[in-house]
Design a protein around this ligand. Structure first.
Ligand code: ADP
Length: 260
């Protein structure tokens, strides 16, 4: 049952009466649960065949490269990149079901934040001709947290920055170390986000509709997952943006994290 109460006030602002409503939400909850179960099973089942197709594609690429067949090697390379996209869509769906059913788990370790950020930049740089520039401010402390999940967030912010700045050459990544927290920002010079939509981008399935010139692919899940990860690790995530100028997405995390 969902119970809602509304006060009725007199001219002096004193409450004179309460109105109450009771709504049966059992059915809604069951439907939501069925949807989460279905998404969970479907994305789990999709993962296995994608993994084996990827393995076959890699074998094919090695064979083509060895026999000097560069045309086919290139085609298989393209296939592999599309498989990566499919993989990350399925991984996002799986993460969302984990979040919605309270099954997102974290593995803690102590690691070098700076090194992790550099690794992510290197990986993403391989996929783009854009210039990814890193500006780090004296990062010495080690972080205790979920390295993989935090690098997932950095990857998401970077790939979004690339995707939503189709005409820009540069993307800047800043890191800052403070007394008890680490901060990272990704700045792009792209399409930006209007003020009224700015905070909604962290909502599940929310997407700002495409401009006349561009349409961008996506499910509207990356920022929702990122914000859930950061919040659960005790941090904050936010964006500052000017339409048609660009956006800066930042997060800060406690140096020593534990789930909240
Ligand atoms: P997706 O990119 O798959 O749509 P996200 O959750 O990552 O999903 O982002 C949600 C929405 O926020 C996007 O659809 C886009 O409208 C907006 N957005 C995210 N990153 C940026 C950015 N760097 N610049 C402009 N808009 C962005």
């Amino acid at each position: 049952w969902l119970v809602r109460a509304l006060p009725l006030k007199n001219d002096d602002g004193k409450i004179v009466k309460w109105y109450g409503t009771n709504t049966d939400i059992t059915e809604q909850k069951e439907l939501q649960q069925q949807k989460d179960n279905f998404l969970g099973i479907a994305s789990h089942e999709l993962k296995t065949p994608i993994t084996s197709i990827k393995a076959y594609a890699q074998v094919m690429q090695t064979l083509f490269t060895r026999s000097g067949d560069s045309k086919n090697a290139e085609l298989v390379g393209k296939m592999d990149r599309q498989l990566n996209r499919l993989n990350s869509l399925v991984a996002d769906l799986l993460d969302v079901t984990k979040i919605n059913t309270g099954r997102l788990q974290f593995n803690y370790e102590t690691f070098d934040f700076n090194e992790m950020v550099e690794e992510v930049i290197e990986d993403v740089q391989r996929t783009t001709s854009r210039h990814l520039i890193k500006k780090a401010l004296a990062f010495k402390k080690e972080l205790t947290g979920d390295r993989d999940r935090i690098s997932q967030v950095v990857t998401n912010l970077l790939t979004n920055a690339i995707k939503y700045s189709p005409q820009a050459n540069e993307i800047i990544i800043y890191t800052e170390e403070h007394e008890t927290e680490a901060k990272l920002c990704v700045q792009d010079f792209g399409i930006g986000i209007s003020l009224d939509k700015k905070d909604r981008v962290f909502e599940q399935f929310y997407r700002v509709s495409g401009t006349r010139e561009y349409t961008f692919p996506g499910l509207g899940l990356g920022l929702y997952i990122s914000s859930e990860i950061i919040k659960r690790l005790g941090g904050r995530i936010w964006v500052t943006s000017v339409e048609n100028k660009g956006s800066t997405f930042c997060f800060s995390l406690p140096i020593k994290q534990s789930t909240v």
